[in-house]
Design a protein around this ligand. Structure first.
Ligand code: TYM
Length: 348
């Protein structure tokens, strides 16, 4: 699929950036909403930069040993899903200091009012907003820095990141206006496919999430075939057969979710799935979906397990990725310092 030009093209060549938090294991939501599409973009031959955003992860408490493990496991997940570190740049955020540096500058560009309207902050902070970290509040400014440190033009994400990307656009526009430059591109969110919002297997109105207390609500990329199959067979549904049109799924969120998952895993549209399974009972559809999910996910899980046996090799791969990422971001952030009026005269 070709990419819509970013509004301030042509001086910004197409470059893709996206990130995933290593704050726990990867889920089917991460895979279908993000990873699978990251691989497609790479395979389309576009320049792709993918980041394990460990600095975002610590906006909520992370046990250090678990963070290290989750970062390596997420890197293994990327590679097992088809990211080729020779073609894409794959690295963890904290190894490239440009992110933190530009993040600070964007803290000074973004407005409190913009940040206060972020629904994800409100959801995560809940009633506890006095006691969450300042980092959680500033999170979207760091996310904008992740993207703009590379002047990335397109950002593939799931639906839940849309508002953050709108804020990234606002930050780029305000920076360009404030300093009278056309320095940052106004990024295009790339939210496409049948599974831009994979829902919980226990409640079709809630997003599938690594932070849901119920492990039954999600499929983890580390689940074995038997676990995947059981979770799908036990997924909450209603008692009606599948209708013959998508319209018939309007008020059936659980059924709609399973159809979307089937569509995304099989590279079909949800409408095509409806044609194949019109009138089917869940007693037929769930086993078919379980078989499909196992066929698609098991090879990834096995490869992740194999890669995790050599953590030093994973560290080497993301270390090399970090050096390549730094080579792109460093001159961009140095130019930002200059635009902002900061003297750069350190003797090296
Ligand atoms: P994170 O780590 O929550 O999720 C990573 C990616 O997975 C997608 N995703 C889903 N897609 C469909 N259905 C779901 N249930 C589901 N759950 C997660 C997310 O939309 C995302 O694309 N703030 C980001 C990480 C980030 C980032 C960035 C992304 C930091 N800097 C710069 C893009 C560009 C986050 O917390 O994603």
């Amino acid at each position: 699929m070709s990419l819509a030009p970013a509004p301030t093209a042509p001086q910004f060549p197409a470059r893709i950036f996206s990130g995933i938090q290593p704050s726990g294991g990867l889920t089917l939501g991460n895979y279908l909403g993000a990873l699978k599409r990251f691989v497609q973009k790479q395979d389309e031959g576009i320049e792709t930069i993918y980041c394990l955003v460990d600095m975002h992860a610590i906006t909520v408490w992370q046990d250090p040993a678990k963070l290290r493990h989750a970062t390596r496991e997420a890197a293994a997940g990327f590679i097992a899903a088809g990211i080729d570190p020779a073609r894409s740049i794959l690295f963890n955020q904290s190894q490239v200091t440009a992110h933190a540096e530009l993040g600070w500058i964007f803290n000074c560009v973004a407005r409190m009012g913009w940040m206060s309207r972020m629904t994800q902050f409100k959801d995560k902070a809940g009633k506890n907003s006095e006691n969450v970290s300042l980092g959680l509040f500033a999170y979207p400014a760091l996310m904008a820095a992740d993207i703009l440190a590379y002047k990335a033009t397109h950002v593939p994400v799931g639906e839940d990141q849309k508002q953050h990307l709108e804020l990234c656009r606002d930050i780029a526009i305000k920076f360009n206006n404030d300093y009278g430059v056309n320095f940052f591109p106004v990024v295009e969110p790339v939210i496409e496919g049948a599974a831009t919002r994979v829902m919980s297997l226990r409640d079709g109105t809630m997003k599938m999430s690594k932070s849901d207390p119920s492990d039954q609500s999600r499929i983890n990329l580390t689940d074995d075939a038997d676990t995947i199959s059981k979770k799908i067979r036990k997924a909450k549904t209603d008692s009606e057969p599948l209708p013959d049109t998508l319209d018939g799924l309007k008020d059936r969120p659980e059924a709609r979710n399973l159809v979307n998952i089937y569509a995304a895993l099989s590279d079909m549209t949800a409408a095509q799935v409806m044609t194949d399974y019109a009138g089917a009972q869940f007693g037929t559809f769930k086993p078919a979906l379980a078989d499909l999910a196992v066929a698609k996910l098991e090879p990834i899980t096995l490869e992740m397990t194999r890669l995790m046996q050599d953590p030093a090799e994973i560290d080497r791969i993301i270390g090399q990725g970090a050096a390549r990422a730094d080579a792109i971001a460093r001159p961009i952030v140095d130019e930002v310092y200059d635009i902002v009026g900061m003297i750069r005269s350190r003797v090296v």
